[in-house]
Design a protein around this ligand. Structure first.
Ligand code: SAH
Length: 495
């Protein structure tokens, strides 16, 4: 069925809804939202519909459907559970040339109600012509996640400026450039940040100085640990809007895959030992692309503010007057802990957690080892693979028990994730036996022992000879239970 899309102005126009149940109620709510004059014809009403009648928001025609109710109606919605009645309503409406929608019966409809993404005054409507409503719904969900809620405010702001933009920039090409900079630049950014007054000021300023030149911006985005499912919706949107992406080596291919196809991707990865591009080099690139009017995404593994030098980059951008935003990401400590089944805090075992880095001599000298060696706390050590020996030695020397459990998580949240477990005394030897490579995160503390019983992702932990912590609740066997469930499902499937 090929449909002709249209948006109808129903304000002050009569619409008849036949049926007084939950489905009718939903239809009435949407119609009221569009300002329609709704009459409901039904023998009984839901509580909400009764309330609307009492408030005078809708008219009520009690009793069975009566053809007279079609009088004056611009549209009719048949929302009863009685197919025969729905068909009768549809036939009579057709006869009078009134558009009719029969809920859940595409064949009887002369108009369809699309799936809607509401960013008023912007509305996106999706229809599959009644052929694939689930697909339309799925698409709607996707678009919902992609489109920021500030879009409505952006549309309103633009509407207010439209005539003046046209006057100031009579040429179509210049106007288009101006709109692009409005939608993709600092004005949209300020609206997203919930700063409407500044957004208006920025738009006015841009218009006053408009020769149509675009201003660039930078979004510092946390890409998470690798599993693309751990990206935030904001991160996804930024990736979709980027002209240029400057990314670290740690950012996974699956995450980069989600970025806009024609965004330029530049790897500025740095690896301990062999720096490829210096931090100054990265700053220079950020500045160059932003000044050229591009939307730059600076994409970092994990969270940009956790051992990510995000602070330095913002200081630099601020000093050069480049507008910026920050989108947090799931940092390695949180992701690795979750994906290894290690709760970083636990009422019985650890009341605090520290994120530390130990990748060079300087960091070893400045760390407060006595504090780090205390019990009942969890250490999450970043960039520690090359320094495990020193770490082990210092912690034990400052009083941490050699029997303290550790979990070393390599490639956390990625398909190739490995978890190596043991005690502090075994740390270096275990890591060497399993040839643990960067990126890996070390978790030291009583909670690390829980990996052996709570692991759920990827391969089971290696070298787990640590005695599991005493359990408050009787042992559950998640793997056995899962296997039983699988077998049951298999049996049902075969039957
Ligand atoms: N900003 C990042 C950290 C960068 S430092 C974040 O918030 O996660 C790089 C260190 O992070 C690595 O040496 C490693 O210790 C840790 N790391 C990052 N991703 C990791 C992953 N997927 N698995 C294990 N460790 C990871």
């Amino acid at each position: 069925m090929k449909l002709y899309p249209l948006f109808a102005d129903l304000s002050q126009r009569a619409v008849l809804v036949v049926g007084g149940g939950a489905v009718a109620e939903r239809k009435v709510a949407a119609l009221l939202g569009a300002g329609a004059q709704v009459t409901v014809n039904a023998p009984a009403l839901t509580v909400q519909l009764q309330r609307w009648v009492a408030q005078g928001r809708i008219a009520y025609r009690p009793g069975a459907f009566c053809e007279d109710a079609l009088e004056r109606a611009w549209l009719v919605v048949a929302a009863t559970s009685d197919h025969v009645l729905n068909r009768e309503v549809a036939t009579l409406a057709d006869h009078r040339q009134i558009f009719v929608n029969v809920v859940d019966d595409a064949a009887l409809c002369s108009f369809h109600v699309p799936a809607v993404i509401d960013r008023a005054p912007l509305t996106i409507a999706i229809s599959s012509g009644g052929e694939a409503p689930m697909l339309a719904r799925l698409l709607r969900e996707r678009l919902e996640t992609l489109l920021d809620h500030s879009l409505g405010a952006l549309a309103t702001l633009t509407a207010g400026l439209r005539l003046r933009i046209r006057a100031r920039l009579p040429q179509m090409a210049a106007r288009r450039r101006f709109y692009e900079s409005l939608f993709g630049g600092p004005v949209a950014m300020l609206l997203r940040q919930g700063r409407p007054d500044e957004a208006h000021a920025a738009a006015e300023h841009a218009l006053a100085s408009a020769a149509g030149a675009a201003t660039g911006s930078v979004v510092l985005v946390g890409a998470g640990p690798g599993d693309p499912g751990l990206l935030t919706l904001r991160a996804l949107r930024a990736l979709n809007e980027a002209d240029v992406i400057l990314h670290d080596r740690l950012v996974s291919a699956e995450v980069l895959e989600l970025a806009r196809r024609d965004a330029e991707r530049i790897e500025v990865g740095k690896q301990a030992g062999h720096h490829r591009i210096t931090q100054d080099g990265i700053h220079a690139l950020l500045l160059e692309h932003a000044r050229a009017g591009r939307r730059v995404v600076r994409l970092k593994g994990g969270d940009p503010f956790v051992f990510g030098r995000g602070g330095e980059e913002l200081e630099f951008l601020r000093a050069h007057g480049i507008p910026y935003e920050v989108v947090p990401g799931i940092t390695a400590a949180l992701a690795c802990a979750a994906y290894a089944g290690v709760p970083l805090t636990h009422r019985d075992h650890a009341q605090s957690v520290r994120f530390i880095t130990a990748h060079c001599q300087a960091s070893h000298d400045t760390l407060d080892w006595a504090a780090l060696a205390q019990e009942r706390q969890t250490l999450a050590v970043y960039m520690g693979v090359a320094e495990l020996g020193l770490l082990q030695q210092k912690l034990i020397a400052h009083g941490r028990a050699p029997t303290t459990p550790f979990a070393l998580v390599e490639n956390g949240s990625r398909p190739q994730q490995r978890v190596v477990c043991g005690t502090l005394a075994q740390l270096t030897q275990r890591a060497a036996t399993h040839a643990v490579q960067s990126p890996a995160l070390l978790i030291v503390g009583e909670v690390a022992a829980l990996a052996t019983s709570l692991a759920w992702f990827g391969a089971p932990p290696l070298g787990a000879s640590v005695h599991p912590l005493p359990r408050a609740r009787p042992e559950r066997k998640p793997r056995a239970a899962a296997r039983a469930a699988d077998e049951l499902l298999g049996a049902i499937h075969r039957a």
